[in-house]
Design a protein around this ligand. Structure first.
Ligand code: NAD
Length: 399
Protein backbone atom coordinates (compact mmCIF):
# COMPACT_ATOMS: atom_id res chain seq x y z
CA UNK A 1 0.00 0.00 0.00
CA UNK A 2 1.25 3.46 -0.84
CA UNK A 3 0.51 6.68 0.99
CA UNK A 4 0.09 9.51 -1.40
CA UNK A 5 0.32 13.29 -1.49
CA UNK A 6 -1.97 14.52 -4.28
CA UNK A 7 -0.78 17.90 -5.49
CA UNK A 8 -3.62 19.63 -7.34
CA UNK A 9 -7.34 19.16 -6.96
CA UNK A 10 -8.47 20.50 -10.32
CA UNK A 11 -9.66 18.51 -13.31
CA UNK A 12 -6.77 16.08 -13.32
CA UNK A 13 -6.43 15.81 -9.54
CA UNK A 14 -10.08 14.75 -9.47
CA UNK A 15 -9.69 12.15 -12.25
CA UNK A 16 -6.52 10.77 -10.63
CA UNK A 17 -8.16 10.57 -7.22
CA UNK A 18 -11.24 8.83 -8.61
CA UNK A 19 -9.04 6.31 -10.46
CA UNK A 20 -6.88 5.55 -7.44
CA UNK A 21 -9.68 5.24 -4.95
CA UNK A 22 -12.08 3.35 -7.18
CA UNK A 23 -9.84 0.91 -8.98
CA UNK A 24 -6.49 -0.04 -7.53
CA UNK A 25 -8.02 0.24 -4.13
CA UNK A 26 -4.79 -0.53 -2.22
CA UNK A 27 -3.39 2.97 -1.89
CA UNK A 28 -4.46 5.90 0.22
CA UNK A 29 -4.25 9.61 -0.36
CA UNK A 30 -3.11 11.03 2.97
CA UNK A 31 -2.83 14.70 2.01
CA UNK A 32 -4.06 16.95 -0.80
CA UNK A 33 -2.69 20.28 -1.87
CA UNK A 34 -4.40 23.10 -3.79
CA UNK A 35 -3.71 26.80 -4.29
CA UNK A 36 -6.17 27.69 -1.52
CA UNK A 37 -6.68 25.89 1.79
CA UNK A 38 -10.44 26.01 1.31
CA UNK A 39 -10.29 24.29 -2.11
CA UNK A 40 -8.04 21.60 -0.64
CA UNK A 41 -10.27 21.17 2.43
CA UNK A 42 -13.44 20.70 0.35
CA UNK A 43 -11.71 18.16 -1.89
CA UNK A 44 -10.31 16.28 1.14
CA UNK A 45 -13.74 16.12 2.70
CA UNK A 46 -15.37 14.91 -0.53
CA UNK A 47 -12.91 12.01 -0.84
CA UNK A 48 -12.29 11.26 2.85
CA UNK A 49 -8.65 12.40 2.79
CA UNK A 50 -7.37 13.16 6.31
CA UNK A 51 -5.13 16.19 5.67
CA UNK A 52 -5.07 19.18 3.33
CA UNK A 53 -2.80 22.16 2.71
CA UNK A 54 -1.91 24.89 0.22
CA UNK A 55 1.81 24.37 0.85
CA UNK A 56 3.48 22.03 -1.69
CA UNK A 57 6.54 21.39 0.53
CA UNK A 58 4.37 20.54 3.50
CA UNK A 59 2.32 18.06 1.46
CA UNK A 60 5.40 16.35 -0.01
CA UNK A 61 7.21 16.20 3.33
CA UNK A 62 4.21 14.76 5.15
CA UNK A 63 5.91 11.95 7.14
CA UNK A 64 3.32 9.36 6.15
CA UNK A 65 3.65 10.01 2.42
CA UNK A 66 5.87 7.79 0.22
CA UNK A 67 4.52 8.81 -3.23
CA UNK A 68 3.87 12.25 -4.68
CA UNK A 69 1.43 12.69 -7.56
CA UNK A 70 1.71 16.00 -9.41
CA UNK A 71 -1.43 17.41 -11.01
CA UNK A 72 -0.40 21.07 -10.80
CA UNK A 73 -0.23 23.71 -13.55
CA UNK A 74 2.75 23.12 -15.85
CA UNK A 75 5.00 25.82 -14.37
CA UNK A 76 4.88 24.11 -10.95
CA UNK A 77 5.90 20.62 -12.12
CA UNK A 78 9.63 21.27 -11.82
CA UNK A 79 9.38 22.79 -8.36
CA UNK A 80 7.24 19.90 -7.09
CA UNK A 81 9.53 17.25 -8.63
CA UNK A 82 12.64 18.80 -7.09
CA UNK A 83 11.00 18.93 -3.66
CA UNK A 84 9.88 15.28 -3.99
CA UNK A 85 13.33 14.12 -5.15
CA UNK A 86 14.97 15.95 -2.25
CA UNK A 87 12.56 14.24 0.13
CA UNK A 88 13.48 10.85 -1.42
CA UNK A 89 9.88 10.09 -2.42
CA UNK A 90 8.52 8.33 -5.48
CA UNK A 91 7.12 10.89 -7.90
CA UNK A 92 4.51 10.61 -10.64
CA UNK A 93 4.08 13.71 -12.76
CA UNK A 94 1.32 14.58 -15.19
CA UNK A 95 1.96 15.73 -18.73
CA UNK A 96 3.78 17.72 -20.04
CA UNK A 97 6.76 16.84 -17.85
CA UNK A 98 8.33 20.29 -18.23
CA UNK A 99 7.34 23.52 -19.91
CA UNK A 100 10.40 22.82 -22.12
CA UNK A 101 13.14 20.22 -22.54
CA UNK A 102 15.67 22.00 -20.30
CA UNK A 103 13.23 21.82 -17.39
CA UNK A 104 12.35 18.21 -18.18
CA UNK A 105 16.03 17.25 -18.26
CA UNK A 106 16.63 18.91 -14.91
CA UNK A 107 13.71 16.94 -13.47
CA UNK A 108 14.94 13.66 -15.00
CA UNK A 109 18.43 14.23 -13.57
CA UNK A 110 17.04 15.12 -10.14
CA UNK A 111 14.98 11.91 -9.78
CA UNK A 112 17.77 9.73 -11.16
CA UNK A 113 20.33 11.32 -8.82
CA UNK A 114 17.99 10.86 -5.86
CA UNK A 115 17.31 7.25 -6.96
CA UNK A 116 13.55 7.65 -6.58
CA UNK A 117 10.86 5.92 -8.62
CA UNK A 118 9.55 8.19 -11.37
CA UNK A 119 6.59 7.85 -13.69
CA UNK A 120 5.34 10.09 -16.45
CA UNK A 121 1.54 10.18 -16.30
CA UNK A 122 0.80 10.01 -20.03
CA UNK A 123 -2.61 8.44 -19.75
CA UNK A 124 -3.47 8.30 -23.44
CA UNK A 125 -0.98 5.52 -24.17
CA UNK A 126 -2.75 3.48 -21.48
CA UNK A 127 -6.33 3.52 -22.78
CA UNK A 128 -7.55 -0.08 -23.08
CA UNK A 129 -7.89 0.37 -26.84
CA UNK A 130 -4.41 1.82 -27.15
CA UNK A 131 -2.81 -0.91 -25.04
CA UNK A 132 -4.41 -3.58 -27.20
CA UNK A 133 -3.50 -1.76 -30.40
CA UNK A 134 0.09 -1.35 -29.21
CA UNK A 135 0.26 -5.04 -28.45
CA UNK A 136 -0.92 -5.86 -31.99
CA UNK A 137 1.56 -3.43 -33.52
CA UNK A 138 4.44 -4.72 -31.40
CA UNK A 139 3.56 -8.32 -32.35
CA UNK A 140 3.94 -7.33 -35.99
CA UNK A 141 0.29 -7.22 -37.09
CA UNK A 142 0.90 -3.95 -38.95
CA UNK A 143 4.28 -4.93 -40.41
CA UNK A 144 6.66 -2.01 -40.21
CA UNK A 145 4.88 1.06 -38.83
CA UNK A 146 5.22 3.90 -41.33
CA UNK A 147 2.80 6.55 -40.16
CA UNK A 148 1.24 7.23 -36.76
CA UNK A 149 -1.28 10.03 -36.79
CA UNK A 150 -2.82 11.30 -33.57
CA UNK A 151 -5.35 14.06 -33.00
CA UNK A 152 -6.58 15.89 -29.92
CA UNK A 153 -8.83 18.85 -30.57
CA UNK A 154 -11.45 20.73 -28.56
CA UNK A 155 -12.58 24.30 -27.99
CA UNK A 156 -9.86 25.10 -25.46
CA UNK A 157 -8.87 24.35 -21.86
CA UNK A 158 -10.80 25.07 -18.68
CA UNK A 159 -8.41 27.13 -16.49
CA UNK A 160 -6.74 30.54 -16.90
CA UNK A 161 -3.16 29.35 -16.49
CA UNK A 162 -3.32 27.13 -19.66
CA UNK A 163 -3.81 30.31 -21.74
CA UNK A 164 -0.84 32.14 -20.21
CA UNK A 165 2.37 31.11 -21.99
CA UNK A 166 4.53 32.04 -18.98
CA UNK A 167 2.68 29.51 -16.83
CA UNK A 168 1.98 26.80 -19.39
CA UNK A 169 5.06 26.94 -21.64
CA UNK A 170 2.93 27.18 -24.79
CA UNK A 171 -0.47 26.55 -26.31
CA UNK A 172 -2.10 23.54 -27.93
CA UNK A 173 1.25 21.91 -28.80
CA UNK A 174 2.58 21.76 -25.26
CA UNK A 175 -0.88 20.97 -23.85
CA UNK A 176 -2.04 18.27 -26.25
CA UNK A 177 0.77 17.70 -28.73
CA UNK A 178 2.56 15.98 -25.84
CA UNK A 179 -0.14 13.26 -25.85
CA UNK A 180 -0.12 12.84 -29.63
CA UNK A 181 3.67 12.78 -29.88
CA UNK A 182 3.95 10.03 -27.25
CA UNK A 183 1.18 8.02 -28.90
CA UNK A 184 3.04 8.23 -32.23
CA UNK A 185 6.34 7.38 -30.60
CA UNK A 186 4.84 4.38 -28.81
CA UNK A 187 3.53 2.87 -32.06
CA UNK A 188 6.62 3.71 -34.11
CA UNK A 189 8.88 2.28 -31.40
CA UNK A 190 10.74 4.07 -28.65
CA UNK A 191 14.04 2.59 -29.82
CA UNK A 192 13.85 4.80 -32.89
CA UNK A 193 15.37 8.21 -32.41
CA UNK A 194 13.21 11.17 -33.43
CA UNK A 195 15.42 13.06 -35.85
CA UNK A 196 13.64 16.17 -37.07
CA UNK A 197 10.29 17.92 -37.13
CA UNK A 198 8.31 20.39 -39.15
CA UNK A 199 5.30 22.20 -37.81
CA UNK A 200 2.61 24.70 -38.71
CA UNK A 201 1.18 26.62 -35.75
CA UNK A 202 -1.05 29.66 -35.64
CA UNK A 203 -3.30 31.67 -33.36
CA UNK A 204 -6.52 31.48 -35.31
CA UNK A 205 -9.23 32.47 -32.86
CA UNK A 206 -8.27 33.35 -29.30
CA UNK A 207 -6.60 36.58 -28.07
CA UNK A 208 -3.50 34.83 -26.67
CA UNK A 209 0.29 34.95 -27.17
CA UNK A 210 0.56 31.34 -28.16
CA UNK A 211 -0.81 28.89 -30.74
CA UNK A 212 -4.39 27.66 -30.57
CA UNK A 213 -3.98 25.27 -33.53
CA UNK A 214 -1.05 23.27 -34.89
CA UNK A 215 -0.14 20.35 -37.13
CA UNK A 216 3.29 18.76 -36.97
CA UNK A 217 5.35 15.94 -38.43
CA UNK A 218 8.05 14.09 -36.51
CA UNK A 219 10.49 12.04 -38.61
CA UNK A 220 12.05 9.02 -36.91
CA UNK A 221 15.28 7.15 -37.63
CA UNK A 222 13.26 4.19 -38.94
CA UNK A 223 11.80 6.41 -41.67
CA UNK A 224 8.39 6.48 -39.95
CA UNK A 225 6.44 9.69 -39.52
CA UNK A 226 4.52 10.71 -36.42
CA UNK A 227 1.84 13.26 -37.23
CA UNK A 228 0.04 15.33 -34.62
CA UNK A 229 -3.01 17.54 -35.03
CA UNK A 230 -3.94 19.69 -32.05
CA UNK A 231 -6.44 22.48 -31.68
CA UNK A 232 -8.08 24.72 -29.12
CA UNK A 233 -10.41 26.02 -31.85
CA UNK A 234 -12.26 22.80 -32.73
CA UNK A 235 -16.02 22.85 -32.05
CA UNK A 236 -18.22 19.93 -31.09
CA UNK A 237 -16.47 18.32 -28.11
CA UNK A 238 -13.15 16.54 -27.65
CA UNK A 239 -11.97 14.69 -30.73
CA UNK A 240 -9.40 12.07 -29.76
CA UNK A 241 -8.42 9.84 -32.65
CA UNK A 242 -5.42 7.85 -33.79
CA UNK A 243 -4.59 6.18 -37.09
CA UNK A 244 -1.63 3.87 -37.44
CA UNK A 245 -0.55 2.42 -40.72
CA UNK A 246 2.18 -0.04 -41.50
CA UNK A 247 3.36 -2.13 -44.41
CA UNK A 248 0.89 -4.90 -43.52
CA UNK A 249 -1.95 -3.26 -41.66
CA UNK A 250 -3.87 -0.31 -40.29
CA UNK A 251 -5.48 0.62 -36.98
CA UNK A 252 -8.08 3.35 -36.43
CA UNK A 253 -8.94 4.36 -32.89
CA UNK A 254 -11.69 6.74 -31.82
CA UNK A 255 -11.64 7.47 -28.08
CA UNK A 256 -14.24 10.12 -27.38
CA UNK A 257 -16.81 11.24 -29.96
CA UNK A 258 -18.88 8.56 -31.68
CA UNK A 259 -17.60 5.68 -29.63
CA UNK A 260 -20.93 3.87 -29.67
CA UNK A 261 -22.92 5.98 -27.18
CA UNK A 262 -24.89 8.71 -28.93
CA UNK A 263 -27.80 10.52 -27.33
CA UNK A 264 -30.28 13.15 -28.44
CA UNK A 265 -32.10 15.38 -25.95
CA UNK A 266 -34.32 18.31 -26.74
CA UNK A 267 -34.39 19.52 -23.14
CA UNK A 268 -30.97 18.52 -21.80
CA UNK A 269 -30.02 17.19 -18.37
CA UNK A 270 -28.74 20.38 -16.81
CA UNK A 271 -25.11 19.48 -16.27
CA UNK A 272 -21.93 17.68 -17.19
CA UNK A 273 -22.09 15.26 -20.15
CA UNK A 274 -18.44 14.37 -20.85
CA UNK A 275 -15.11 16.21 -20.74
CA UNK A 276 -15.19 19.21 -23.12
CA UNK A 277 -18.75 18.49 -24.31
CA UNK A 278 -20.10 21.81 -25.56
CA UNK A 279 -23.66 21.53 -24.34
CA UNK A 280 -26.30 19.20 -23.04
CA UNK A 281 -28.95 19.40 -25.74
CA UNK A 282 -29.18 18.08 -29.29
CA UNK A 283 -26.99 15.18 -30.31
CA UNK A 284 -24.41 14.34 -27.65
CA UNK A 285 -21.61 11.84 -27.20
CA UNK A 286 -21.51 10.86 -23.53
CA UNK A 287 -18.74 8.46 -22.48
CA UNK A 288 -19.72 5.55 -20.26
CA UNK A 289 -16.47 5.22 -18.34
CA UNK A 290 -14.45 8.41 -18.73
CA UNK A 291 -11.69 7.39 -16.36
CA UNK A 292 -11.22 4.03 -18.04
CA UNK A 293 -11.53 5.41 -21.57
CA UNK A 294 -8.82 7.98 -20.91
CA UNK A 295 -6.39 5.39 -19.59
CA UNK A 296 -6.09 6.57 -15.99
CA UNK A 297 -6.95 3.17 -14.51
CA UNK A 298 -4.40 1.16 -16.46
CA UNK A 299 -1.85 3.94 -16.02
CA UNK A 300 -1.99 3.86 -12.23
CA UNK A 301 -2.05 0.07 -12.21
CA UNK A 302 1.19 0.08 -14.20
CA UNK A 303 2.74 2.82 -12.07
CA UNK A 304 2.04 1.25 -8.68
CA UNK A 305 2.56 -2.34 -9.81
CA UNK A 306 5.91 -1.25 -11.24
CA UNK A 307 6.79 0.44 -7.97
CA UNK A 308 5.85 -2.67 -6.00
CA UNK A 309 7.81 -5.04 -8.20
CA UNK A 310 10.91 -2.86 -8.57
CA UNK A 311 10.64 -2.36 -12.33
CA UNK A 312 10.30 0.80 -14.40
CA UNK A 313 6.81 1.72 -15.59
CA UNK A 314 5.93 1.92 -19.29
CA UNK A 315 6.26 5.73 -19.10
CA UNK A 316 9.12 7.33 -17.19
CA UNK A 317 10.52 10.85 -16.89
CA UNK A 318 12.86 9.93 -19.74
CA UNK A 319 9.85 9.60 -22.04
CA UNK A 320 8.59 12.94 -20.77
CA UNK A 321 11.97 14.49 -21.57
CA UNK A 322 12.00 13.11 -25.14
CA UNK A 323 8.47 14.47 -25.70
CA UNK A 324 9.53 17.90 -24.44
CA UNK A 325 12.58 17.82 -26.74
CA UNK A 326 10.31 17.10 -29.73
CA UNK A 327 7.95 19.91 -28.68
CA UNK A 328 10.83 22.41 -28.43
CA UNK A 329 11.85 21.51 -32.00
CA UNK A 330 8.22 21.99 -33.12
CA UNK A 331 8.11 25.52 -31.75
CA UNK A 332 11.35 26.28 -33.57
CA UNK A 333 10.08 24.78 -36.83
CA UNK A 334 6.81 26.71 -36.58
CA UNK A 335 8.88 29.91 -36.56
CA UNK A 336 11.48 29.03 -39.18
CA UNK A 337 8.97 27.13 -41.37
CA UNK A 338 11.70 24.54 -41.95
CA UNK A 339 12.55 21.02 -40.78
CA UNK A 340 14.38 21.43 -37.46
CA UNK A 341 16.50 18.79 -35.69
CA UNK A 342 15.33 17.33 -32.39
CA UNK A 343 18.01 18.18 -29.86
CA UNK A 344 18.36 15.27 -27.42
CA UNK A 345 21.36 15.64 -25.11
CA UNK A 346 20.94 12.21 -23.55
CA UNK A 347 19.80 9.66 -26.15
CA UNK A 348 19.20 6.16 -24.78
CA UNK A 349 18.22 3.70 -27.44
CA UNK A 350 17.06 0.35 -26.21
CA UNK A 351 19.27 -1.02 -28.97
CA UNK A 352 16.37 -2.81 -30.69
CA UNK A 353 16.68 -1.16 -34.05
CA UNK A 354 14.43 -2.19 -36.86
CA UNK A 355 16.75 -2.06 -39.84
CA UNK A 356 14.45 -3.69 -42.35
CA UNK A 357 13.36 -1.72 -45.39
CA UNK A 358 9.87 -2.05 -46.81
CA UNK A 359 10.01 -5.65 -47.97
CA UNK A 360 10.49 -6.23 -51.71
CA UNK A 361 8.16 -8.99 -52.84
CA UNK A 362 9.02 -11.18 -55.80
CA UNK A 363 6.37 -11.66 -58.48
CA UNK A 364 8.62 -13.93 -60.55
CA UNK A 365 12.35 -14.20 -61.22
CA UNK A 366 12.31 -11.01 -63.33
CA UNK A 367 9.86 -8.75 -61.50
CA UNK A 368 9.01 -7.38 -58.10
CA UNK A 369 5.34 -7.13 -57.18
CA UNK A 370 4.34 -3.55 -56.39
CA UNK A 371 0.62 -4.09 -55.95
CA UNK A 372 -2.18 -6.53 -56.75
CA UNK A 373 -5.86 -5.66 -56.90
CA UNK A 374 -9.13 -7.45 -57.78
CA UNK A 375 -10.95 -5.18 -60.26
CA UNK A 376 -14.74 -4.60 -60.56
CA UNK A 377 -14.87 -6.90 -63.62
CA UNK A 378 -13.35 -9.72 -61.55
CA UNK A 379 -9.89 -9.59 -63.13
CA UNK A 380 -6.81 -9.68 -60.91
CA UNK A 381 -4.30 -7.01 -61.79
CA UNK A 382 -0.60 -7.10 -60.86
CA UNK A 383 1.60 -3.98 -60.98
CA UNK A 384 5.23 -5.02 -61.47
CA UNK A 385 8.70 -3.52 -61.47
CA UNK A 386 11.46 -5.14 -63.52
CA UNK A 387 14.37 -6.09 -61.27
CA UNK A 388 17.06 -4.93 -63.74
CA UNK A 389 15.58 -2.21 -65.91
CA UNK A 390 13.21 -0.75 -63.28
CA UNK A 391 10.43 -0.64 -65.87
CA UNK A 392 6.90 -0.53 -64.41
CA UNK A 393 4.30 -2.77 -66.11
CA UNK A 394 1.07 -4.58 -65.38
CA UNK A 395 -0.26 -8.09 -65.93
CA UNK A 396 -3.90 -9.05 -65.89
CA UNK A 397 -5.22 -12.42 -64.81
CA UNK A 398 -8.68 -12.84 -66.34
CA UNK A 399 -11.38 -13.88 -63.91
N1 NAD B 1 -5.04 13.79 -19.70
C1 NAD B 1 -4.17 14.33 -18.90
O1 NAD B 1 -3.16 13.73 -18.61
C2 NAD B 1 -4.39 15.69 -18.34
C3 NAD B 1 -5.65 16.29 -18.45
C4 NAD B 1 -5.83 17.57 -17.87
C5 NAD B 1 -4.75 18.20 -17.27
N2 NAD B 1 -3.53 17.60 -17.21
C6 NAD B 1 -2.36 18.27 -16.60
O2 NAD B 1 -2.59 18.37 -15.19
C7 NAD B 1 -2.05 19.58 -14.70
C8 NAD B 1 -3.17 20.36 -14.00
O3 NAD B 1 -4.22 20.59 -14.92
P1 NAD B 1 -5.75 20.70 -14.44
O4 NAD B 1 -6.55 20.57 -15.66
O5 NAD B 1 -6.02 19.80 -13.28
O6 NAD B 1 -5.75 22.22 -13.95
P2 NAD B 1 -6.79 22.91 -13.01
O7 NAD B 1 -6.64 24.36 -13.22
O8 NAD B 1 -8.12 22.27 -13.13
O9 NAD B 1 -6.25 22.54 -11.53
C9 NAD B 1 -5.01 23.00 -11.05
C10 NAD B 1 -4.88 22.64 -9.58
O10 NAD B 1 -3.59 23.08 -9.12
C11 NAD B 1 -3.77 23.83 -7.90
N3 NAD B 1 -2.71 24.84 -7.78
C12 NAD B 1 -2.46 25.90 -8.59
N4 NAD B 1 -1.42 26.62 -8.10
C13 NAD B 1 -1.02 26.00 -6.97
C14 NAD B 1 -0.01 26.27 -6.00
N5 NAD B 1 0.80 27.32 -6.10
N6 NAD B 1 0.12 25.42 -4.96
C15 NAD B 1 -0.70 24.34 -4.82
N7 NAD B 1 -1.69 24.04 -5.71
C16 NAD B 1 -1.84 24.87 -6.75
C17 NAD B 1 -5.14 24.48 -8.07
O11 NAD B 1 -5.63 24.91 -6.83
C18 NAD B 1 -5.92 23.32 -8.70
O12 NAD B 1 -6.34 22.44 -7.69
C19 NAD B 1 -1.45 20.31 -15.92
O13 NAD B 1 -0.08 20.06 -16.00
C20 NAD B 1 -2.17 19.69 -17.11
O14 NAD B 1 -1.39 19.71 -18.30
C21 NAD B 1 -3.35 16.35 -17.71
Amino acid sequence: MHKIAMLGTGLIGRFYTMSLLKYRGKDEIRVVCAAEDEEARKFAQEFGIPRWTSDIEKAVNDPEVDTVIIGLPNYLHKKAVLVAAKAGKAVLCTKPLGTNAAEALEMLRAVEKAGVFHGYLEDLVYTPKTLKALQSAHKGALGKVLWARSRETHAGPHSDWFWNKKLSGGGAIVDMGCHCIEIGRSFIGKAHRPLEVTCWADTQVHPIDTEDHAVGLVRYESGAIGQFEVSWTFRGGMDLRDEISGTEGTIWLNHWLRTGFEMFSNVGQGGYVAEKAEGDTGWMYPVGDEIGSLGYVEMFLDMFNAMDSGRAPMETFYDGYIVNAIIDACYKAAETKKWEPVDIVDWRSSGVMDEEKAALKDYDTENYLIKEERMPNGNLKFILKHKVTGEISQKIQQS
